[in-house]
Design a protein around this ligand. Structure first.
Ligand code: HDL
Ligand code: ZN
Length: 415
């Protein structure tokens, strides 16, 4: 007997369906346990997350170098004192640490960093992965993989990824944004890529992409691109995309994921925390989707100002799937605004969020916080739907939520 939804049971049904949905997290910087030191976990990694490092320097007069020579534990102690004890931890990244601790059953009110550290250190990498995937509801974690990273490459050339819960995405920022440095890396791997992108070099770049997508069983090819990225244009990056990336993606039927809007190293002294954003140009996305109808494009943009025009572009191109509230947009106020405009503009045909997690335990807070906001927006939209007299069942809400949290992505990858 189908369970009919009404204003009285809507929130409870949404809460229960969101609590049990199995999530595909389509973009993270996590690694399976096979990757050893690249798989980050523990309280010191949580507290030295680059978001918190940037927030630490809002208060601290310490010089950057003095901070970065400290051990991870010493950096974490400083961040804990400054951002959690000296000032209330109300930012999204600050609150996130506490959501993780609470979800792990630790006494957040005790403010006992030594206890949190001891508990997490008592676990091992595989145990923390199992525990966090269970708590967060994440079923599949898509990694960010770079064969030009020697540490990561060594894993792929030996044990590889043995955990089916982790899938690979081939990331080509260096190739597209710094070809001449990347070229040396490709040559060292046996790809005869010359200084000039002639026919032979383009063929070798294609061979690199094809061979590593296959080796990793990569589900998409990705690149982050600066805010001033534009197409069409007569640049090496444009040629690499149109002559190398897109032909291989079409041949293997894998999406090309564009993450547009970075302003890398605005403050290089902050290292990983030194990046900022700029408003991107949606015309580049429109050009690609129109010019390459046989390619699939996953797109997220970093600027709040790009969100509405990107959603409108997605109305025009079935080969465009919009995803996530990326990086500086992953704050509840912006996730709500963006999710609301996407539901109103696209219905349920988009991917509302990815975590971008860098530390295993972050999956818990990134998804807990996202589901809270998405639940609120969905409750409004389903309530409006009920007001029209539309009948709605619990199974239909469950179906919709499965689509948002993984189904839309896999259908796009597999089409
Ligand atoms: O380029 C990217 O994939 C970004 O997500 C960066 O990794 C950024 O530093 C980040 O961690 N954002 O959440
Ligand atoms: Zn990322």
């Amino acid at each position: 007997m189908a369970v009919r939804v009404n204003h009285g049971n809507l929130v409870e049904i949404l809460t229960e369906e969101l609590a049990q949905v199995k999530i595909t997290d389509i973009h993270t910087h996590l690694f399976s346990a096979d990757f050893g030191e690249l798989c980050l976990w523990g309280i010191d990694e949580l507290l030295t997350y680059h978001y918190l490092v940037a927030e630490f320097f809002r208060w601290s007069s310490m010089c950057y170098r003095e901070f970065f020579v400290l051990s991870k534990e010493e950096q974490a102690d400083l961040i804990w004192q400054t951002l959690f004890l000296d000032h209330s931890p109300v930012s999204e990244a600050q609150r996130g640490v506490l959501t993780v601790l609470r979800s792990l059953g630790l006494d957040v009110g005790a403010r006992d960093l030594a206890n949190y550290r001891a508990y997490l250190r008592s676990l091992d990498r595989r145990a923390i992965i199992d525990m966090v995937l269970e708590i967060s509801g994440v079923e599949t974690v898509v990694m960010t993989n770079d064969p030009l990273d020697p540490i990561e490459r060594r894993v792929w050339e030996t044990v590889g990824n043995s955990d089916p819960r982790f899938r690979a995405a081939l990331r080509v920022d260096g190739l597209l944004n710094d070809y001449h440095t990347a070229r040396e890396g490709l040559q060292s791997l046996g790809y005869e890529v010359g200084a000039v992108l002639d026919v032979r070099s383009a063929g070798e770049v294609q061979r690199f992409l094809r061979e590593w997508l296959r080796r990793m069983d990569g589900i998409y090819l990705a690149a982050s691109l600066p805010y001033d990225f534009s197409l069409p244009e007569e640049t090496l990056r444009a040629r690499l995309i149109e002559e190398c990336v897109l032909p291989v993606c079409a041949e293997l039927s894998v999406p090309f994921a564009l993450m547009i809007g970075t302003k890398r190293q605005l403050n290089p002294e902050l290292r990983l925390a030194g990046d900022a954003l700029g408003r991107g140009d949606v015309r580049a996305v429109e050009y690609l989707c129109a010019r390459y109808p046989d390619n699939k494009f996953l797109v997220t943009m970093l600027s709040r100002e790009n969100q509405h025009e990107l959603a409108v572009a997605a109305r025009k191109f079935p080969n465009l799937l919009v995803f996530g509230c990326w990086w500086f947009l992953n704050n509840p106020s912006l996730v709500e605004e963006i999710t609301r405009l996407r539901l109103e503009t696209l219905g349920l045909a988009f991917v509302p969020q990815h975590s971008d997690a860098r530390v295993v335990e972050q999956l818990i807070y990134k998804w807990n916080h996202a589901k809270d906001v998405i639940s609120t927006v969905l409750a409004d939209k389903y309530s409006d739907l009920l007001d029209t007299g539309w009948t709605l069942t619990r199974a239909e809400i469950g179906r919709d939520i499965k689509d948002l949290f993984g189904g839309n992505f896999w259908a796009f990858v597999e089409k």
